[in-house]
Design a protein around this ligand. Structure first.
Ligand SMILES: Nc1ncnc2c1ncn2[C@@H]1O[C@@H]2COP(=O)(O)O[C@H]2[C@H]1O
Length: 184
């Protein structure tokens, strides 16, 4: 009897490893990750020009979910970690001066393909090349005052979110019209 159970377990384990698990991976690999997250920061010029609400509105309207939000006076240390690839650029000192000149509003947005879609919504880094309808195309005219930052890749988003937020500051929540509605 014990041997029978052992054989049974081995059979199901083999079936799971060789057939069911690979099949599940194959079926789900083409699906967008609904829990994908990105970091969006409204820079000091955006905050000072009272653009925070309009920028949040665009992301809400698009259908993304806000899972983290805070206003921060950025330190030079945090900024140099955030822009570590730019530290050697000639414009870095003025970028540092601008980014530490006033508070920024940092947010984490969640949803399918949010990294790539956010980049499109934010527009080209240089506002002179940004399309109308994008944040930079509508609100900015110079690369050194381009209103908003958006992570440029999944890996970049993961790194930046960890840099700006502690895990406990990011909230998982569900929409009231998903699942069962509560009885009155
Ligand atoms: N030539 C430049 N002069 C000044 N700032 C720049 C220049 N190129 C890039 N930046 C800034 O560097 C930032 C890097 O990524 P962001 O998308 O946050 O937006 C960019 C601009 O704010």
């Amino acid at each position: 009897m014990t041997n029978f159970i052992r054989l049974h377990c081995l059979y199901w384990r083999g079936l799971w490893l060789t057939t069911i698990a690979p099949l599940l991976c194959l079926l789900t690999s083409g699906l967008p990750d609904v829990r994908e997250r990105t970091l969006i920061a409204v820079k000091p010029d955006g905050v000072q020009r009272r653009l925070v609400g309009q920028i949040i509105h665009r992301f809400e309207q698009r259908g993304f979910k806000l899972v983290g939000l805070k206003m921060v006076q950025v330190s030079e240390d945090l900024l140099s970690q955030h822009y570590r690839e730019l530290r050697a650029k000639p414009f870095y000192p003025s970028l540092q001066h601008y980014m530490t000149s006033g508070p920024v509003v940092v947010m984490v947005w969640e949803g399918p393909n949010v990294v790539q879609t956010s980049r499109k919504m934010v527009g080209h880094t240089n506002p002179t090349e940004a399309q109308a309808g994008t944040v930079r195309g509508d609100f900015s005219v110079h690369v050194s005052r381009n209103v908003v930052h958006a992570s440029d890749s999944l890996e970049g988003a993961r790194r930046e979110i960890q840099l700006w937020f502690q895990g406990k500051d990011l909230l998982n929540w569900e929409c009231c019209n998903q699942g069962n509605m509560m009885e009155d």
